[in-house]
Write a protein that binds this ligand. Sequence first.
Ligand code: ZN
Length: 266
Amino acid sequence: MSSYLVSVYHNRTGQFEPYTDGEWLTGAIRCRVQLAAHSTPHDVADWAFQTFNADVDPFNGLPSGLPPGEALAAWVYRLVSLRSLSIGDVVAVDADLNGTTWWACEPDGWRPICAPNRIDQPPLHVDYVRPYLRGQSAVDAATVTEPDTEVHRLCVFDLSLDCGHIATVAVNGWHPVNIACCDRLGGVIVHGEYTAYFSTIDYVDVLSERYEHRQPAAGREPTIVLRRRPRGDEPRQPSWRGEPTSAGRFPVRVGATWHITHKACR
Ligand SMILES: [Zn+2]
């Protein structure tokens, strides 16, 4: 078997049109896959197409009928609401010693391309999400807690925020009432250090939840924003005749940045 690191990038410029140099890509997902020793990068790209177009219901747990690595990647892909891998998207195959090759998804297969230079965010690594997925532990909240242990609740949430994003976050504990997402709402500079205002949470969707017994005073993982996407009503111009336009509703407020200097703090 050979190990490959596969990264999927979605095309932000156009969809269902072949990729051209200079188009903006956004990182979707990254995972490690074991394939037969004689596999080529082209085979790995085929694997990605199959896996990230698999018909998976993310709320039914780990999909059966797929090999374990493939099932986990397909599950996480759907859980964080990524759309299917399609024409115009790009896959990077890192074969360790043999370097990285880039492949654009075309109507009739894969076309090798040079490394793109317009990528707005890195892909989400499946391993970040794995510890939060239900079914990964036999411990259940209803069981009696063992003496001298405490229960940790590991969750993945979709949080609809007033900055206009839906943030998919991994949390040890229950969801917060606000969260650091982006700097659309302004921020504050204290002693030269900028901190963006937190975004308020309007709606919460629980995507996954599991429980784990740990020793008292065991550390808690920090909250991680796994990915963020627009809530769907950002201002937009029609790209084709008849497409509905939107003046946008988010963010619901914008803020200027405050400076708090050393003197002001005295
Ligand atoms: Zn935001």
